[in-house]
Write a protein that binds this ligand. Sequence first.
Ligand SMILES: Cc1cc2nc3c(=O)[nH]c(=O)nc-3n(C[C@H](O)[C@H](O)[C@H](O)COP(=O)(O)OP(=O)(O)OC[C@H]3O[C@@H](n4cnc5c(N)ncnc54)[C@H](O)[C@@H]3O)c2cc1C
Length: 395
Amino acid sequence: MRYDVVVVGAGPAGSSAAREAALKGTKVLLLEKRQEIGSPVRCAEGVGKAGLEKCEIKPDPKWIACEMKGAKLHSPNDAVVELSESLAGNEVGYVLERKIFDRELAAMAAEAGAEITVKSMVTGLIKKDGKIKGIRVLSNGEEIGIETDLVIAADGVESKVARWAGIDTSLKLKDMESCAQYLMAGVECEPDYTHFYIGSCYSPGGYVWVFPKGGTKANVGIGVLGSRIPKGSPGFAKRLLDQFIEKHSHYAKGKRLELIGGGVPVTSPLERSVADNLMVVGDAARHTDPATGGGIINGIRGGRLAGKVGAEAVEEQNFSQVFLSKYERAWKEAFGDSLERSLLVKDVLINLDDPSFDGIADSLAGYGFEELGLLGIIDALQEKHPELLEVFESI
Ligand SMILES: Cc1cc2nc3c(=O)[nH]c(=O)nc-3n(C[C@H](O)[C@H](O)[C@H](O)COP(=O)(O)OP(=O)(O)OC[C@H]3O[C@@H](n4cnc5c(N)ncnc54)[C@H](O)[C@@H]3O)c2cc1C
C-alpha cells in the first residue's frame, strides 16, 4: 500500500489537513485509532464565529448545539464581567456538537478524495537510512506497513508520531492543564452565555467553565495547572469540580450524564513542527491557545496549511525539512503572534491572587465592553485599582 500523504489522527486538525491535500489531487490516507470519529468528546466544544470564518466553515445547525451572545467572567467574590461574543475570543460564539462536527470535517475530507480508515492505530514509523519511508498500523488486530513520503502528525496532545521522528514533545507539569468535565442535564444556566469562573478558589492556575448545550444541558468542566496539583492526588481536578458544583445550587440540581478527562497544553508551540518527511499539526504541535486552552480553530487552520504545503511537496517531490518549513512559516504568520500574546496573558493570570481578580472585576463590572476598548479598560483600572495596572505591563 502506498499513499502520497498519510495523516495520523482524525480530529479537526487531521481531517482538515487530509481534505486540503486531497483537494489538490494528492493521494491521501487519514487514519484514526478510535472506532468512531468524534467520540468520545474531550472538549467543552466552544468556538468563536470569527474563527470559523477564518477556517471558511459555514455554520451548520446540524453541529451547533447553541449560539452564544457572549461570555461572563466570574471573579472569586462572584462579581461578573460581561464580554460580547466578538471580544470573547476563539472559544465563544457557538457551542458545538463535536461528535457531529468532527465527523462532518472527516466527511469533507472523504468528499475531497481522501481515504479514511478507523480503528487503525499507528504504532511506529518505517525508516530507511534515517528517513521516514512509511508507517506501521495496527488494524483489526493485524500490523501492516504503509509506504509514504510524507506523514502529517495530527495525533493530539499525547502525540507520539512527532517523538518517533526525533522532535522533543515532552511537556512539563507547569505546561499542561489537567481537565475534567461533566455533560450535565437539569442545570439552570443562561442559554446564551458561556460562564468562566476564574481564581484559585475555583481552580489553581486554571478556571471552571459552564458552556450551555441547549435546554437544561451544559458542559461543566475544570482545568487545573499540572504544577499546582498536590503530589499524589489522583482525581484532583474532578474533586475540585465536584466541590464547585455542590457549592452552586443551580448546577448542583443537575444530573451528570458523562464524565471526561483530558490534558491541554498551555505553553509555547513546538520549537520545531517539521522534520524531513513530517509535519506536526493541531494539539500535537501545541497550537492550543495557552490562555484559554482552545485549540479547535488553530487546529483547523494549521491543518489546512499543512495539507496545502503537503500537496506542494508531493508535486515537487521534495519532502525535506527545508521545503516543509513553508508550513512552519505559514502557521507562524497566521496565528504565531496570537499564541505568543496568549502565553504572556496566561503567565500573568496564573500568578494573580484572588483579591487581584476581584479588583479587576470590581473595576470593570458594569461597563459596556463594546465601547470600552483597551484604553477604556486601562482608564477603568486607573480609576478604581491603579495598583493593578502594572500587572498588565508585560502584555
Ligand atoms: C476538557 C477539554 C476542553 C476543551 N475545550 C475546548 C473548547 O471549548 N474549545 C476549543 O477550541 N478547544 C477546546 N479544547 C481543545 C480541543 O479539544 C483540541 O485543541 C482539539 O481537539 C485539537 O484537535 P486535534 O485534531 O489537534 O486533536 P484531537 O482532536 O485530539 O484529535 C487527535 C486524534 O488522533 C487520534 N490518534 C491519536 N493517536 C493516534 C494513533 N497512534 N493512530 C491513529 N490515530 C491516533 C485520536 O484518537 C484523535 O481522534 C478542549 C480540550 C479539553 C481536553
